[in-house]
Design a protein around this ligand. Structure first.
Ligand code: HEM
Length: 483
């Protein structure tokens, strides 16, 4: 090889390396030129999670968002929650972007620490896997399927009211209603009917709930560790229930349509696959949690709002008494699905409660590509958070937003993407019809059977992680005299 060949080859290699280096340099420059949303990631690791949790607990999560929106302007800012860089979207346009671009720009994505607790459940599935599993769960949760369970909900609710309300002049509504709704969920999902059978499960659900939205510090004694232990015991109990049920199904002593568990054990998804036991346990754990912990907020605070707003109470009472008269004329004296459709005002009152105190204040998606929004780029991989705070209590979307005004939901109701207690798009809450059924059956039974007065009309609400009256809503109750 002559000297010229060596020089030329060296020059070519150097040239290639230089241009490669320049391309990489240019790429990184152009990357850094991307304008990220304004905001701060806060402290290393914890980010701004602690500020957010502290304000949430005082029912002031809105202050966390408003402060930043006012500081940075616009309708988006960046922060870091639960160990993830996060873009918070704060307008109906932001809600629309997140709800209508599943699998195109975004995917459902809860914080890893929370998703880990619920294992292989729906919340950790994306794409086609999520579609197939949602479809399967919705076979049980859709209105057509729920209709046949209304009578059973009615019986559980009645039994609860007879056991815990009648004869007690003063009760704490929140913890009692929570047990009642847990009982409904245990009954419809697992046919666990006795409170003694439910008690151990309930105990572990409390640990799970208390730790699931905390910093994921997995050491002995932390709330997150306790949540993990709680979820372990819940799975252990559920496995025993599954083993027993398999035997009962085999002997024919229970039907394939008995409840959600039988349904999941006996049916395949649309790909022809049966769910493995581990997935059945994870999904039932998710549904038991979501099935009672959210609706209890709405029923409890609705009782509070009705006590504070006599005109609204009067309308709910008249509506429910009319329905009660119709039920009394029937052979089987329980609420039916078609009765629920007549509870129009009562449902508006529940919706107004959901607006003022949404049980889930927002959830997460993840950017699956770089997303351009409002002149900013949200890099692929970031979490995206939407929140009911951006619209539910804002004058521009709800006139006089602090006022309890069920008539807002008359006619077409609020404008699109402003009333979002159940989220939206393909990942919207699949339990919304179940929630509506249970809330209305409870409201019916409470309103026609009891009168109540608030002990502390100024009782505050705290959020940890769900909204709840600080003292549990103590009320004086007495049985309503029937004409
Ligand atoms: C007042 C009652 C309820 C409220 C306010 C509520 C709210 C929500 C919200 C905001 C989401 C996230 C939606 C999104 O990201 O777009 C969600 C998801 C979910 N909810 Fe509910 N929920 C309620 C009751 C229920 C009930 C009764 C069940 C089950 C029986 C349930 C099961 C679920 C499940 C499984 C998911 C995850 C959906 C997915 O990942 O695709 N929820 N809920």
């Amino acid at each position: 090889m002559d000297i010229m060949t060596v020089v030329t080859a060296t020059a070519l290699v150097l040239g290639f390396l230089l241009s490669l280096g320049f391309a990489v340099f240019q790429r990184s420059c152009s990357k850094s030129r991307k304008l990220l949303p304004p905001g701060s990631f806060g402290w290393p690791v914890v980010g701004e999670t602690l500020q957010f949790l502290a304000l949430s607990k005082a029912n002031r999560s809105r202050d966390f968002f408003e402060h930043r929106i006012q500081k940075y302007g616009g309708d988006i800012f960046k922060t870091s929650f639960f160990g993830h860089p996060t873009a918070v979207f704060y307008s109906p346009a932001g809600n629309r972007l997140l709800f209508s671009n599943e699998n195109k720009l975004v995917q459902n994505s809860w914080p890893d620490s929370l998703a880990r607790l619920f294992g292989n459940s729906l919340i950790s599935k994306v794409g086609d896997d999520a579609k197939v599993l949602r479809k399967m769960l919705l076979t049980f949760l859709k209105p057509e399927a729920l209709q046949k369970f209304v009578g059973r909900v009615h019986s559980v609710v009645n039994h609860h009211l007879r056991s815990h309300w009648i004869g007690n002049p003063q009760i704490k509504a929140f913890p009692l209603l929570k047990r009642c709704l847990f009982s409904v969920a245990c009954n419809l999902f697992l046919s666990l009917e006795k409170e003694t059978q439910q008690a151990e499960l309930y105990h572990h659900f409390i640990s799970l709930l208390n730790g699931m939205l905390q910093l994921p510090l997995d050491f002995p004694g932390t709330l997150y560790r306790k949540a993990r232990i709680g979820s372990y015991h819940i799975r252990r109990i559920l496995q025993a229930v599954i083993d027993r049920r398999r035997k009962d199904l085999a002997s024919g002593s229970v039907s394939e349509e008995q409840d959600l568990l039988s349904f999941l054990l006996c049916n395949a998804d649309e790909r022809g696959n049966r769910l493995p036991d581990d997935d059945i346990k994870d999904n039932i754990m998710l549904l038991l949690m979501a099935g009672h912990d959210t609706s209890v907020v709405t029923v409890t605070l609705l009782l509070k709002y009705l006590a504070l707003n006599p005109d609204c109470y009067h309308e709910v009472l008249q509506e429910q008494l009319q329905i009660s008269k119709e039920i009394e004329g029937r052979e089987e004296q329980v609420v039916r699905w078609d009765d629920l459709q007549k509870m129009k005002y009562s449902w508006r009152a529940a919706q107004e409660t959901l607006r003022l105190h949404p049980p889930a204040g927002g959830t997460w998606r993840k950017a699956i590509v770089d997303i351009s929004y409002s002149g900013f780029t949200i890099p692929k991989g970031w979490k995206l958070f939407w929140t009911t705070n951006s619209t539910h209590s804002k004058e521009e979307y709800f006139k006089d937003p602090q006022k309890f005004e069920p008539s807002r939901f008359e006619g077409d109701g609020p404008s699109a993407y402003t009333f979002v207690p159940f989220g939206g798009g393909p990942r919207m809450c699949p339990g919304n019809e179940f929630a509506r059924m249970v809330i209305l059956v409870l409201v019916h039974n409470i309103v026609i059977n009891f009168e109540w007065q608030l002990i502390d009309p100024a009782e505050k609400v705290s959020v940890d992680p769900m909204p709840a009256p600080k003292k549990g809503l103590p009320i004086k109750v007495q049985e309503r005299l029937r004409p």
